[in-house]
Design a protein around this ligand. Structure first.
Ligand SMILES: Cc1cc2nc3c(=O)[nH]c(=O)nc-3n(C[C@H](O)[C@H](O)[C@H](O)COP(=O)(O)OP(=O)(O)OC[C@H]3O[C@@H](n4cnc5c(N)ncnc54)[C@H](O)[C@@H]3O)c2cc1C
Length: 534
């Protein structure tokens, strides 16, 4: 144990990872979380009835390496939390006319399998052939572009522009361009950067083709299967965990952080890790701090959007599919998962429920089908009714998959607050979205102030998306910054690059030469030819 102290502010994945890495290296760590439990946006939802509540869309794609590594270092009985991950093997893609495409998520085993998997992923049966081929060309252009082109060109163009969505059919826009962004990560393709969405697309397709990379979820509510064992492990390493502890301001003497005021008391430490979400961090860092840490200067320019959900408690289980359901034509951009099939939870402890269907809403600004209102304008009851109606519209085609009378109860996330006088609801926990050109406004984990680092999902990382993986990687970078400044001999935390299929490497090298010569990617030429000949 060193006698160097670190105060971590915020107990989400970023803060917990920083506490974990620092405590393992002998630092004296204290963690301050404003809520009564840890986990932040990754915690499970609690209902008054004691039903197990969970966000609909909580999964680990195959390319998450940081998070899996951390999980493998958290004991849970005679296992580790890493062992609590289970594979999803299918995905259900639902279209508005009741058509449902169930696709296997296993690695293709034959050329025929590869063809079917890629065709499914790129909507060959739905999107006109010529546009499907066009999208494939754009995808291959991305996958074979050099890093500099990603950074300088794709960061400054929207996914919408990059994919030429304006010139294409409704199906192309809806399924290939918008579906992947709005439904999956709550971003609008018109304003999110081609770099962020492109990276996610390349990684997702690589996951499909690589047998070592599986989509996984936890085998129970996140707090039970991961966050609680994690807290126990941190406390076992002498991390002082303070819940119900809200940081109010950060003291600064023009050179160093002097303390953080938590519930009226000043907390002092040698180093400070701000692991608060972007909308809180921007309130905590005053002008003086921004001057001394210029990477924080533009933090106000980062944008957030809403992603939150409802759980339906059912008198009988409705498994739907062994994985996530994605409702591509739903105005509120819904995704769902039937939890029971993956959970170890003993449902005998509940008198009246046999299943939990968790649904995530990623578009809060479009009018719904039942009340003609946006989710932001609906009451809690209206949100629950509207989501159910949109699910039924997709699922009940001919046979009735969802019956109204199976709903025993429902719960809307507590982060969504309804204040009668306000008219519209508010969201206490929005999510960062990477808009075109926003990379330059995102700070590094290590700031210009010698004893201040940042560990949250808006920080610049290889992962590059506001996710649990991004928050974890940011915390590793923050820890490494402290180790460096401390001159510590402790080993650095691993920070992984995103792995891309080797097959693209020679083409990326060729593109690097073209880029240096000021030439466009060769894919741009095929794009022009496509326009001439179609
Ligand atoms: C509905 C939904 C579904 C998602 N699904 C996925 C998914 O499937 N996979 C994935 O990888 N990511 C997913 N994400 C994103 C992921 O949850 C977040 O990116 C990640 O949890 C962020 O972690 P963080 O530590 O950076 O921030 P947070 O989780 O926001 O943690 C910050 C913590 O700081 C605390 N805090 C705030 N203010 C103060 C204060 N003044 N003093 C003290 N503490 C304070 C907060 O209470 C919180 O606990 C999802 C997000 C949402 C909303």
């Amino acid at each position: 144990m060193t006698d160097t102290s670190v105060a971590v502010i915020g107990g989400g994945v970023g803060g917990m990872t920083a506490a974990h890495e620092l405590a393992e290296r002998g630092f004296e760590v204290s963690l301050y979380e404003k809520r009564d439990k840890l986990g932040g946006k990754s915690r499970s939802v609690e209902t008054e009835e004691g039903y197990p509540g969970e966000h609909g869309f909580r999964f680990l794609p195959g390319f998450y390496r940081h998070l899996r590594d951390t999980m493998s270092r958290i004991p849970d009985g005679d296992r580790t939390v890493r062992d609590n991950l289970v594979e999803t093997t299918e995905m259900l893609r639902c279209l508005g006319d009741g058509e449902k495409v169930r696709s296997a998520q296993r690695t293709p085993r034959s050329i025929e399998d590869v063809r079917e998997t890629v065709s499914n992923a790129l909507w060959r049966d739905v999107v006109p052939d010529r546009e499907h081929d066009y999208f494939l060309n754009r995808f291959l252009t991305l996958a074979t572009s050099c890093d500099a082109r990603w950074r300088d060109e794709y960061e400054n163009v929207s996914w919408w522009e990059f994919t030429d969505a304006e010139e294409m059919s409704d199906e192309y826009r809806k399924y290939l361009v918008r579906g992947a962004t709005k439904v999956l990560v709550a971003m609008d393709p018109e304003e999110s950067s081609a770099r962020t969405i492109g990276r996610m697309t390349v990684q997702t397709l690589s996951d499909i083709l690589d047998s070592r990379r599986q989509v996984e979820i936890l085998d129970g509510p996140t707090s039970e299967s991961w966050i609680e064992p994690w807290r126990e492990h941190l406390e076992g390493m002498d991390v002082e965990v303070h819940v119900d502890a809200r940081a109010e301001s950060v003291g600064f003497d023009g050179n160093r952080v002097t303390g953080v005021v938590v519930d009226g008391e000043t907390v002092e430490a040698d180093y400070y890790v701000l692991a608060t979400p972007v909308e809180v961090t921007r309130r905590l860092v005053n002008d003086e701090i921004r001057k001394a840490a210029p990477s924080l200067r533009d933090i106000d320019r980062l944008k957030t959007d809403w992603m939150s959900g409802v759980q339906y408690y059912l008198s009988e289980d409705v498994p739907l599919v062994h994985g996530h359901g994605i409702y591509f034509d739903s105005p509120w951009a819904l995704t769902s998962i039937s939890q029971r099939q993956f959970w170890n939870t003993d449902f005998d402890r509940y008198d009246d429920i046999e299943g939990v269907l968790s649904v995530c809403i990623s578009d809060w600004d479009k009018k719904g089908v039942l009340y003609g209102k946006t989710a932001k304008d609906c009451t809690r009851e209206e949100i629950a009714d509207e989501v159910w109606a949109q699910l039924k519209q997709h699922l009940n085609d001919g046979d009735t998959v969802l019956e109204d009378d199976v709903v025993v109860d429902w719960h809307l996330d507590d982060a969504i607050q309804h204040d009668e006088s306000e008219g519209r609801c508010t969201n206490e926990e929005p999510l960062l979205v990477n808009t075109v050109g926003s990379l330059k406004h995102r700070p590094e984990a290590v700031t210009g102030i010698p004893n201040l680092t940042l560990a949250a999902d808006y920080v610049r990382t290889n992962s590059d998306l506001a996710t649990m993986e991004g928050a974890n990687e940011a915390a590793r970078r923050a820890t490494n910054g402290i180790l460096e400044r401390e001159g510590s001999s402790a080993g650095k935390c691993e920070v992984y690059e995103l792995e891309e299929p080797r097959i693209f490497e020679p083409f990326k090298k060729m593109d690097a030469v073209r880029y240096r010569l000021g030439l466009p990617h060769v894919g741009e030429r095929t794009k022009e030819l496509w326009k001439v000949f179609t």
